[in-house]
Design a protein. Structure first.
Ligand code: HEC
Length: 199
């Protein structure tokens, strides 16, 4: 092929087309303000898998573990055995409504705030989440998996279910930050009981 001016024109044309396609993609991504289009189908399905088969979120948030349940992930329901959780004498801890209902669930939380709940164990107002919410374990999940769970939760049908406030023995709202003061990050791999080698 002779590399003449016509060829350059062709290359230039293709380049311009490519740049405009890329830019229109960016502009579209920026103008997409609803959360459904913020996340993709892959993330949502991965999130469903993690929520239903790996992380056991439903054990507490929806004990039937059935996405067809009209109360799926809507949190505490009166009469659920073992709930509210009695994490110490006089304490009552209620599993939250984690559907995207704006008034009673996480509908008004930004995706980043839901991410922070799993990564840092804080709610949208900065309160530390109480046990038995296993955020000290969930915080070790990869960014990718944590975002997948956020995507899944945000994609759910909102369920209106007003979960009561937690109570401490003196009737106030318990401050669970005291329980997690000494929390350490995972040791680097390999730890003492991990050979780091082949089996
Ligand atoms: C062993 C029980 C248990 C499991 C398993 C569990 N949670 Fe929770 N979760 C709770 C309880 C209890 C609370 C309420 C904590 C509080 O109010 O301080 C909570 C709170 C939350 C909150 C904060 C909501 C709010 O309104 O404050 C989010 C988000 C959440 N859980 C998501 C999840 C996800 C996602 C999973 C699975 C990856 C999961 N939880 C697994 C018990 C659990």
């Amino acid at each position: 092929m002779v590399f003449n001016w016509r060829t350059w024109q062709g290359v230039l044309f293709l380049f311009v087309v490519l740049v405009s396609v890329l830019f229109s993609g960016i502009i579209r991504a920026e103008s997409a303000n609803d959360e459904q289009s913020f996340f993709n189908q892959y993330q949502i399905r991965r999130g469903r898998y993690l929520v239903t088969a790996v992380a056991g979120c439903a054990d507490c948030h929806s004990p039937q573990n059935n996405p067809n349940d009209p109360q799926w992930l809507a949190g505490y329901m009166p009469g659920t055995p073992g709930q509210p959780f009695d994490v110490g004498p006089g304490f009552k801890i209620y599993p939250a409504n984690i559907t995207p209902d704006k008034d009673t669930g996480i509908g008004s939380w930004t995706p980043q705030q839901v991410f922070n709940a799993l990564r840092q164990g804080v709610d949208n107002e900065g309160h530390v989440l109480c046990p038995p919410m296993p955020w000290p374990t969930f915080r070790n999940m990869s960014d990718r998996d944590t975002w997948a769970i956020v995507a899944y939760l945000k994609s759910l049908t909102p369920v209106s279910n007003n979960v009561p406030e937690n109570v401490a023995p003196d009737g106030t709202r318990p401050d669970c930050s005291v329980l997690y003061q000494g929390l350490q990050p995972l040791p680097p791999y390999p730890g003492k009981n991990e050979t780091g080698g082949e089996v």
